[in-house]
Design a protein around this ligand. Structure first.
Ligand code: FES
Length: 168
């Protein structure tokens, strides 16, 4: 069903936080603190459907001051080199990753202390994760953040083969 589909090109990113769930995320609400989002698309009748039926669809959004995002972040897949979106699902065993309060500017997985750097394409900077959190291309349409394409790397729990097949 469509609420379980991974992000689809054209989906709008909406808040996952319970008190704001389903509200479109505005660029002005974003900062260097993680904001969790769901992709929201349409069902067969044209009604909005939040793709939260699969918890692995949870996304992490950041907005960094210009110049802070670095390689290997794909800049073309960001908004103005400032807003960047990743899968929020740890590539080790699928836990939801948070900001690391002990090491500001980095992310920490609560399960086995996997560490990621969201300014550097969410590359792994500590712990057991085998690969980065996958970056999701995003663009701005009016005030909405819109999915531009499928993940640039394979997100948990996709195998590389499943991701390749999905990209087409
Ligand atoms: Fe994240 Fe193990 S699930 S480090």
């Amino acid at each position: 069903t469509r609420d379980k589909m991974p992000p689809v090109k054209g989906d709008i990113l909406v808040h996952a936080l319970e008190t704001k769930e389903g509200q479109p995320i505005r660029p002005s609400e974003l900062s260097d603190e993680l904001v969790r989002a769901w992709p929201m698309g349409k069902d067969e009748n044209g009604n909005n459907v939040i793709r939260k039926g699969d918890p692995n669809n949870i996304l992490a959004i950041y907005r960094f001051p210009k110049g802070q995002l670095q390689e290997p972040t794909n800049m073309e897949a960001t908004v103005d080199g400032e807003i960047v979106v990743y899968s929020d699902v740890c590539t080790h065993a699928g836990c939801s990753v948070s900001d690391n309060d002990k090491r500001p500017g980095t992310m920490n997985c609560p399960c086995h202390s996997g560490q990621y750097d969201p300014k550097q394409g969410c590359k792994v900077i500590g712990g057991p994760p085998p690969r980065p959190l996958a970056q999701l291309p995003v663009r701005l349409e009016g005030e909405n953040l819109v999915v531009g394409d499928f993940f640039l790397q394979h997100p948990y729990p996709f195998s590389e083969e499943a991701w390749e097949a999905r990209k087409e």
